[in-house]
Design a protein around this ligand. Structure first.
Ligand SMILES: NC(=O)c1ccc[n+]([C@@H]2O[C@H](COP(=O)([O-])OP(=O)(O)OC[C@H]3O[C@@H](n4cnc5c(N)ncnc54)[C@H](OP(=O)(O)O)[C@@H]3O)[C@@H](O)[C@H]2O)c1
Length: 340
């Protein structure tokens, strides 16, 4: 008989809702509870909150009640982490998969990492962080690296028009709509991309290379006109897009690079071309280029972010306790997704 996994969803924002929609009716995942951060979501049916028919499970903010269900796993997807909550979940022996990539690295500081690792070990639980980028897209590059006899540089680019992703809080936290020369802007982008530094470290470990440093640079584009995106307005002349480059260096050379170009619309200078997806390149022997592109108009970022962790639940539940990164799991794949 196929093993099934009982799952509690932690919050129903964009990514969390996509996870719920994927888990309802899944052959081996059973949604058994849901945590709500917002008080007005408490008591509401989780299906209603996630844009599907009611499923008979009410969202709650009662953590003891959720842990009393003894789920196998929590799919943890709030906007910001609560380390007390995470400690309680892991200590109770409940595995956690999350789209907060920094939770598996050192991005929140060594003390947080040690605290979560200790809670996981006490509870005999595992914590795994992924998402699309950072997360799964670079893993496609690592898979391609196995075809090479020499690698001079491996890079991953996320290049998106984000105007369909209604998240004003997130964009403002990354400097969108600040003045072009605001000294805070590069600091904001750098502060919110700590997870990419962790991503570079994971790739360096996988490729067995000792990096001298992980460097960061940011470039900004100014809006040519004032634009209202429905969820926020960007004023003419202010930041409407940015390019971040995080590079792992050896002897002054960038050998592992994570780049991201995020734009709100296209009316900006410079107007970087948008790939509308992910481009993984290896310069070496041979040169390799992998492009992940949507067949329709856009990738649904909520789905591509949620699924690399939803699809990892079975492997994470079977993993040894502690923080497990991608290299300690079997290759995460979309098992059970082909309908009979
Ligand atoms: N690795 C990747 O590829 C990737 C890509 C995109 C996003 N992410 C990460 O995935 C997570 C979810 O992203 P999202 O876009 O789905 O987020 P979101 O929709 O903005 O928010 C998710 C939920 O967070 C809760 N929330 C709101 N304000 C909060 C606060 N101040 N503190 C704690 N929780 C709060 C709300 O829960 P309720 O609904 O219960 O009120 C909200 O629905 C974020 O941490 C994001 O950084 C990762």
């Amino acid at each position: 008989m196929t093993e099934t996994f009982r799952v509690v969803q932690w919050t129903t924002g964009k990514t969390g809702s996509a996870a719920v929609r994927a888990m309802v009716g899944h052959p081996v995942l059973e949604l058994v509870g849901c945590f709500a951060h917002s008080s007005d979501k408490v008591g509401r049916d989780v299906g209603d909150l996630c844009g599907i028919d009611p499923i008979g499970i009410a969202a709650t903010d009662d953590i003891d009640a959720l842990l009393a269900i003894a789920p196998d796993c929590v799919t943890y997807m709030p906007y910001r982490p609560d380390f007390d909550h995470l400690e309680r979940i892991l200590e109770a022996g409940v595995n956690v998969v999350t789209t907060m990539y920094m939770l598996a690295g050192r991005g929140y500081g060594d003390d947080v990492k040690e605290r979560l690792e200790a809670a996981a070990l006490r509870g005999g639980a595992s914590l795994y962080a992924s998402g699309v980028y950072p997360g799964h897209a670079p893993m496609v590059g690592l898979a391609a690296s196995a075809m090479c006899s020499r690698i001079d540089r491996i890079s991953v680019l996320e290049s998106l028009d984000m105007s369909g992703y209604a998240n004003e809080k997130m964009f403002r936290a990354m400097g969108i709509d600040l003045e072009l020369d605001d000294p805070e802007a590069p600091k904001l982008v750098e502060a919110s991309c700590g997870s990419f530094k962790d991503q570079i470290a994971v790739m360096a470990h996988a490729l067995a290379v000792d990096l001298d440093e992980i460097a960061f640079e940011a470039h900004f584009a100014a809006a040519d006109e004032t634009s209202d995106f429905g969820f926020m307005t960007v004023q003419k002349g202010r930041i409407a897009g940015f390019k971040g480059v995080i590079s792992g260096r050896v002897s002054g050379r960038s050998v592992i690079e994570c780049q991201f170009v995020w734009k709100l619309g296209h009316h900006m200078t410079p107007n970087w071309p948008v790939e509308d997806g992910y481009v993984v390149e290896i310069h070496g022997e041979p040169n390799v280029r992998v492009r992940l592109e949507p067949i329709d108009e856009h990738f649904d970022g909520a789905i591509t972010t949620a699924m690399p962790v939803v699809n990892a639940i079975a492997d994470v539940c079977a993993a040894p306790p502690g923080i497990v990164n991608r290299m300690r799991l079997p290759f995460v794949r979309g098992a059970h997704l082909i309908a009979r």
